[in-house]
Design a binder for this molecule. Structure first.
Ligand code: DC
Length: 223
C-alpha cells in the first residue's frame, strides 16, 4: 500500500508521515531530503546553479540512501555518495538552494524513478509535493496537508530551536515559507497542488495525534 502525503513547507508532513508509518509498520520516505541532498552535493562541489546538465547528472548518478539510525527515536540518516548529510541538508542555505534544483525536470525524473523503486518492494508512507499527482497517481491513500503560513512558520521556528540552530528569526522563516510556497506552486515541472482525489486536511487547529489517527483510519479502512 502507498500512502501519499503532500503539502507545503511546514504543514507537518514529516512529523505526521513518520508517525503514521510507525503506527502501521510501513516504511517512511522523505522525498524532500532527496532534493535537498542533490542541492547539498551541488553546493559542496561548486556546481554552477545554472548548469542543468550537471545538476541532472548528480541526481542520476550519485546514490542517495536512507539508513535507520542506531536509536529508534532518531530520524533515519541520509547519505549522498556515501556522505552523511542528515544535519547539513536542513540548514537555511539548503532551504534556498533546493528551490531551483527541485524545479529541474531532469532532476525530478531521476529522483521519481528512485522513489518508485523503493515503493515497489515495501508498504510506504511517502511525503513530498507531487507524490499523489505524479509519483503515485494510483496511491491507495492520498492526503494533502495544509495550515496557515503563520502557523507553519511558528512550527518551523520551534523545530529549528529544538535542533539547536541558535538565534531563530520567525519573521524571516515566514518570508521564506511564503517564497517557497510561491516557487513550488508556480513552477512548470510538477507544481505543488492537491490531487483531485486527495483528502484535504487543514492542520492549523489539529494536534499531531489527531492528524495521524485520521490518516491511519483512511488506510485501515482499506487494509
Ligand atoms: O519538504 P522539504 O521542505 O524538505 O522539501 C525541500 C524542497 O524540495 C522544497 O522546496 C520542494 C522540493 N520538493 C519537491 O519539489 N518535490 C518533492 N516531492 C519533495 C520536495
Amino acid at each position: 500500500m502507498i500512502i501519499a502525503i503532500d503539502g507545503p513547507a511546514g504543514s507537518g508532513k514529516s512529523t505526521v508521515a513518520k508517525q503514521v508509518a510507525r503506527m502501521l509498520g510501513f516504511q517512511y520516505l522523505d522525498t524532500g531530503a532527496m532534493y535537498r541532498s542533490v542541492a547539498w552535493y551541488a553546493l559542496e562541489h561548486q556546481v554552477n546553479p545554472d548548469d542543468v546538465d550537471a545538476l541532472a547528472r548528480i541526481a542520476q548518478e550519485k546514490s542517495i540512501e536512507f539508513r535507520a539510525a542506531q536509536d529508534d527515536a532518531q530520524p533515519s540518516r541520509v547519505f549522498i555518495d556515501g556522505v552523511d548529510v542528515t544535519g547539513e541538508i536542513r540548514t537555511p542555505r539548503i532551504d534556498k538552494a533546493v528551490t531551483p534544483v527541485s524545479a529541474i525536470p531532469e532532476v525530478r525524473s531521476a529522483l521519481v524513478l528512485q522513489q518508485r523503486a523503493i515503493a515497489s518492494t515495501h508498504n510506504v508512507v511517502m511525503e513530498g509535493r507531487d507524490i499523489g499527482t505524479v509519483v503515485f497517481p494510483n496511491a491507495e491513500v492520498k492526503v494533502f496537508l495544509t495550515a496557515s503560513a503563520e502557523e507553519r512558520a511558528r512550527r518551523r521556528a520551534a523545530q529549528n530551536r529544538e535542533r539547536g540552530f541558535g538565534e531563530v528569526n520567525e519573521s524571516a522563516i515566514l518570508q521564506d515559507i511564503i517564497r517557497r510556497d510561491e516557487a513550488d506552486s508556480t513552477r512548470a515541472a510538477s507544481p505543488l497542488k492537491p490531487a483531485d482525489d486527495a483528502h484535504m486536511l487543514d492542520t492549523t487547529d489539529m494536534s499531531i495525534d489527531e492528524v495521524c489517527e485520521t490518516i491511519a483510519a483512511f488506510a485501515r479502512d482499506l487494509l
